[in-house]
Design a protein around this ligand. Sequence first.
Ligand code: ATP
Length: 308
Amino acid sequence: MIETTDLKKTYGSLNALQGINLKVEKGDIFGFIGPNGAGKTTTIRILTTLLEPTSGDAFVDGHSVWKDKAKIRGVVGYMPDSFGVYRDMTVTEYLHFFAAAYGIPSKTRRGLVSSLLDLTDLTYKKDALIDSLSRGMQQRLSLARTLVHDPKVLILDEPASGLDPRARIEIREILKELQSMGKTIMLSSHILSELAEVCTRVAIMERGEIVAQGGIQDIMDMARDEAEVWLRTTDDKRATTVLRELPVVADSEFSDDANHITVKLATGTDLAVLSAHLHDRDIHVRYLERQDPTLEEVFMTLTKGLVQ
Ligand code: ATP
C-alpha cells in the first residue's frame, strides 16, 4: 500500500534520507520509529506529496509521488504533528469546514460530522471551542479531520506525542477500530513503546537510514544475538546440565534466588527442541517463558552509538 524505492532527500549538504526502502502492506498499522532528526517527517512529507524527493520514488496505493500527486491526496489522510491555526472555531465548525473543503455535499456533511465525532469520542464536546480542548482531545479531533474524505491510508506524524497514558490508550483504541474498518495506517514516533504495541510492523530509522524493518518479534530477534528462556522442570539441577548438550544452547544456569533455569540460545530456535530433549531424559517442563527484551532495549541496541 505504501512503498519507497531508494528514496533520497538532501537539504543542501545534509543527506536527510539516504536511499530508504520501506514497505507497508494493506491493513498494517505500521510504526515508523526514530529519534529526533532521523528523517521521519521528511519521509512523511514526501509520502503526502508536500515535499519532492531528491531521487528515488515513493508509491501510495500504486501512485507515484512524482506523477500522481492528486491521486495520492485523494487516498491519504494526513495528520501533521502540529494542530494548525483554527483554535477559535468549535469542534463541529472545524469538521464542517474541512468537509466543505473536501467537497463533501452539504446534504451528507451533517451525518458525516456526527459519525466522525462518534468515532473519536468527541460528541460531548461538539460545541466546545478547540482552544478549550485538552491535547488528547485535540489529537482526536485532528484524527477526525484526516478521515473526512474517507481515505484508504492514514499517515499520522507523532500522534501520541505529548499525550498522557489515558489519552494514548484512547488513540490506540481508535487506531484499532480504523484498522478493523480496513484502513492502512502509518504512524511515526520517537519512542518505540509509545504506540508500538498497536503496530503490526515497524521500521526503525536513524540518521536517514532504515536500521531494521519487520514484525515486532523479528525486530526483537535482530536486536539480540541470543534468545533467553526461563524454565522450571521436574528436576532443575539435572535439566541445567542436560540442556547444555544441545548445540543451540549457549548457556544454561540455575538460580536459587530467581528459582528458575535461565537458558541462552540461538535466536529463532523452536522452543519445543528444549522440552523434547528434556523429555527424552525423563525430565518434564513445568513452566517455560521466553524473555523478550523491552522495546526500549531493542531501540537502544539497534540505534547503538548513533543516538545523540
Ligand atoms: P523529529 O522527530 O524531530 O520531527 P524527524 O525524524 O521527523 O525528527 P526530520 O524532521 O525529517 O526528522 O529531519 C531530518 C533531518 O533533516 C534533520 O537533521 C533536520 O534538521 C533536517 N531538515 C528537516 N527539514 C529541513 C529543511 N527544510 N531544511 C534543512 N534541513 C532540514
